[in-house]
Design a protein. Structure first.
Length: 336
């Protein structure tokens, strides 16, 4: 998902404790997708309740988020609004990829082969998953912000204003939208098994600082956006055989995307509109970044009574959230 600029931007390893006391705006859609993709049984089947409703995302939201909060990280979840019209083609392509992956997973299961990677690729987010996610996040006392359009753009806007300290997302689009600093792997930190290998690797949080990256590359944010457009974004397919390093070279030589395309036989439709979407996205200032007391009974009722979670584990985690909130309030009171 999104544009891949990993070859250009330097990433620095950090520890969760480095984010303690800081507000992090989380790309909710991206995070839910990660939970749906990685929290699965050995055969690739997602976690489900007795009625067949997927619960992998709820498990990730509760237990992994609780660990972050207990470490002092302050989280605000930003949900997507209406996608831009330019994204319609990408959304259709993703739906097709998921369908093919689902078919491949079924074939692998039928033949007794490992199909975990196909199961992951078949992950999909529907309205029920989004609503259940919002419901649990609010019960946990965490802010939910509804973006008018792209969630990453809204999160970047909040970070740019200084209302949050970081944007958390696996994608690099947040940087194109102007996020000053992005943290990756926040929700999936830990051990991960490599596909088809009995090898586990450590997944650690890493950060990217936009200004440092731009200064090192000797380009502006507008030029970074243009590099992204040449490589391909959620709104266009990019130029053939042009990756991040080639795109950077072209921008350095020509200065801007118009000059690059003037020498190319291949064109990019609506490139100016796409560039403007990144530089001037649809965002809102109608939000509040404030933690509230977790509603323990609501969390338990939802996850245990409605979704068949283990009562003892949920109650223990919910009380951990409540205790973390109390510690935070106690620290705040000492300042006044």
């Amino acid at each position: 998902m999104g544009v891949d600029l990993g070859d250009l931007l330097q990433k620095k390893k950090i520890e969760i404790k480095d984010l303690s006391g800081r507000w992090v705006a989380v790309d909710a859609f991206n995070t839910l997708y990660q939970f749906l993709s990685i929290i699965r049984q050995k055969d690739g089947t997602p976690l489900m309740d007795s009625q067949g409703r997927v619960t992998s995302h709820l498990s990730g939201l509760l237990y992994r988020t609780a660990n972050l909060i207990e470490s002092g990280v302050k989280l605000a979840f930003v949900f997507d609004g209406e996608p831009p019209d330019l994204k319609a083609g990408t959304l259709a392509e993703r739906a097709e990829v998921r369908e093919k992956a689902a078919s491949a997973w079924q074939e692998a299961q039928a033949s007794g082969q490992e199909g975990f990677k196909y199961a992951q690729a078949s992950s999909r987010i529907n309205s029920e998953i989004l609503e259940d996610g919002r419901r649990l996040i609010l019960s946990m006392g965490l802010p939910v912000i509804m973006a008018p359009s792209e969630g990453e753009a809204q999160a970047a806007h909040m970070a740019g204003k200084g209302d949050v300290d970081w944007v958390a997302s696996q994608d690099y689009d947040s940087l194109l939208f102007g996020a000053p600093q992005v943290v990756r792997n926040l929700a999936i930190t830990g051990k991960r098994k490599l596909p088809k290998k009995n090898i586990y690797v450590d997944v650690e949080p890493e950060v990217i600082h936009l200004k440092e990256g731009l200064d090192r590359l000797g380009i502006t944010r507008k030029q970074l956006v243009e590099i992204g457009i040449m490589c391909g974004t959620d709104y266009n397919s990019g130029l053939t055989r042009v990756g991040p390093k080639t795109a950077l070279k072209l921008i350095r030589e020509k200065g801007d995307l118009e000059s690059v395309l003037a020498d190319q036989e291949e064109k990019i439709e609506n490139f100016a509109k796409i560039r403007d979407l990144f530089l001037h996205p649809s965002v809102t200032d109608d939000y509040e970044i404030k933690s509230k007391k977790p509603r323990v009974e609501e969390i338990v009722s939802f996850l245990v009574d409605e979704r068949d979670f283990d009562a003892e584990r949920v109650e223990k985690t919910a009380k951990k959230l409540e205790e973390a909130y109390r510690r935070g309030q106690s620290t705040l009171d000492r300042w006044f």
